[in-house]
Design a protein around this ligand. Structure first.
Ligand SMILES: *[C@@H]1O[C@H](CO)[C@@H](O)[C@H](O)[C@H]1NC(C)=O
Length: 150
């Protein structure tokens, strides 16, 4: 009887543990700020060192440890984050974005804005837009190339 109870407890602990792993918590305050404005944490790599934010104007600046390379889901576009990423954020919209580029058609393109509409994120590259489900950005990615940058 006690053995059975022990086994059931163990299974319960394992289930709780794995379900907690699935819901990743925002790694930094900058990520939490993203969620406050209706964006998923996966838009920023986990290597945020510091950030400044003017709540009145929405202007922000995020310092990463260094330039950061990430493969973006779901189409595996290569994205390059500069050491400093800045822009202007309001509910559901990031404008005047500077510091994120994606590689497509043999060129680097600057992502100039991102909108959040319902379950989708709309990325703007100048006049061109591309829509992706937000759920692809539920986790904050690690920078590639370096094993440990901190
Ligand atoms: C924040 O933005 C407002 C409006 O643009 C500006 O007046 C203010 O000086 C800014 N504050 C800081 C600390 O930069």
């Amino acid at each position: 009887m006690t053995k059975l109870f022990f086994l059931i407890s163990l299974i319960f602990v394992l289930i709780t543990f794995t379900s907690q792993l699935e819901k990743q918590k925002p790694p930094t305050a900058a990520h939490t700020e993203l969620t406050n404005y209706g964006f998923p944490i996966g838009l920023l790599p986990s290597s945020v060192k510091s950030y400044t934010f003017n709540q009145t104007s929405g202007e922000f600046s995020v310092e990463l440890g260094g330039a950061c390379k990430i493969t973006l889901p779901p189409d595996n576009y290569l994205a390059m984050y500069s050491k400093r990423v800045s822009g202007k954020i309001v509910e559901g919209r990031i404008a005047e974005l500077d510091g994120i580029r994606v590689r497509a058609f043999f060129k680097w393109w600057s992502i100039t804005g991102i909108s959040s509409s319902g379950d989708n994120l709309v990325f703007e590259v100048g006049m061109i837009t591309a829509k992706y489900p937000s759920k692809n950005f539920d986790e904050s990615p690690q920078c590639e190339g370096k094993h440990s940058s901190s």
